[in-house]
Design a protein around this ligand. Structure first.
Ligand SMILES: [Zn+2]
Length: 375
């Protein structure tokens, strides 16, 4: 690479500079206020009535059955009875009678009833808890890890410097070797090692978006890979491969030779570690099973697909690629620019689909200097 091709401003962001900030893209249950649900409240005449009615309420109409177990039942002399939609236009008296409440309790509870809106979902984070409290007393169990994700304070300065360096590498490879195509890097976070590095290859095949190529390159480090030369004659004949296809098909260790040379010849990346952990043999896996009780599969069995790996993408992935990353069992995705058809924040948050059998964490890396920080 010619030294003169590098824009001078790029040189300013060298090692030790953490000008990117990774903001977690949280699912709606963490990022939005709880919707409200309308309930009937009963206003008691005195606090002394509470204990006598509570016994029957918790037996015949428990909060759990209404999905309201995150709320306390009582506020001063007010008691939550049930959701308005649950009683189908019956009177409260009729409804409570049908559930088997005693005459005395029905009388106490139905004396003064009004409608009121309470939070429908449990507070997941402290800010939601504080908002919920203003409406109705709620129960809350703080989740330290999620609080850190939400307020963006989970990354150390060292990790932020690493995020900045990965951006510098992605951006340099994209602009200097790949005509500004989207690029991606797979990192083994146990030791910040580059496992694979790829750029979009849609000129070879329309589905070869950058993350798809990246996943294939990771597979090659584990003696796999679907787009190896021997399987690709058909692709090559259909999609005329002026686009350095030989370089693409000959990648065996996850990193194309020209990227490797680029990294090794550039002082900015001299401290980047390169190369995936080699696939373990049957014997080493067996001995790990016998000798350790570690729960982390990456530690125990070594790499399998992208299990435990982090992926950094210059652009937010589309739905196809985001799904491929689910199938590959990626641990985290960091992306730097939003895409118009992005599937992690722009169009949808794929990682919030509960029915999927794997969920990665998603971070959008934003420039600190633009004051773009998440919160
Ligand atoms: Zn894609």
């Amino acid at each position: 690479m010619a030294e003169g091709n590098v824009h001078p401003t790029k040189r300013l962001r060298l090692t030790g500079n953490s000008d990117w900030h990774a903001c977690a893209i949280l699912t709606d249950e963490y990022s939005k206020e709880s919707p409200l649900v309308r309930v009937y409240l009963s206003q008691l005449e005195s606090k002394s009535q509470i204990s006598s009615v509570m016994q029957e309420l918790s037996k015949l109409l428990p909060m759990e059955h209404m999905g309201l177990q995150h709320l306390k039942r009582v506020r001063q002399q007010e008691i939550i009875l049930y959701k308005v939609k649950d009683i189908n236009n019956q009177t409260s008296t009729k409804y409570l009678n049908s559930l088997g409440f005693s005459k005395e309790t029905v009388e106490i509870l139905c004396r003064d009833v009004r409608e009121y809106d309470v939070p429908a979902l449990p507070p997941m984070l402290r800010w939601q808890y504080e908002l919920a409290q203003q409406r109705w007393p709620s129960k809350f169990h703080a989740n330290k890890y999620m609080e850190l994700l939400y307020d963006g304070s989970m990354f150390s300065e060292g990790q932020r410097i690493f995020h900045s360096k990965v951006w510098l590498l992605l951006n340099s490879i994209s602009s200097e070797l790949e005509h500004n195509k989207p690029c991606g890097i797979c990192i083994d976070p146990r030791n910040d090692t580059v496992v694979a590095l790829a750029a979009s290859r849609t000129t070879l095949n329309p589905v070869m978006h950058c993350p798809m190529v990246l996943v294939d390159f990771v597979a090659r480090t584990q003696s796999g890979g679907a787009w190896l030369k021997e399987f690709s004659n058909e692709f090559q004949s259909i999609y005329k491969d002026s686009d350095s296809s030989n370089d693409f098909y000959s990648v065996t260790n996850g990193i194309p030779e020209k990227y490797l040379e680029f990294i090794q010849s550039d002082a900015r990346f001299k401290d980047l570690k390169i190369g995936a952990e080699p696939l373990r043999t049957k014997t080493t896996v067996q001995s790990a099973e016998q000798t350790t009780q570690v729960e982390d599969n990456l530690v125990k069995y070594g790499p399998y697909l992208c299990t435990g790996y982090d992926v950094y993408l210059s652009q937010e992935p589309c739905l196809m690629c985001a799904m491929a990353l689910v199938h590959s069992r990626v641990r985290r995705i960091y992306f730097y620019k939003r895409s118009t058809n992005g599937a992690l924040v722009t169009r949808l948050k794929l990682h919030s689909v509960k029915e999927l059998n794997h969920h990665y964490e998603v971070f959008e890396c934003k420039r600190k200097s633009n004051n773009e920080c998440c919160r």
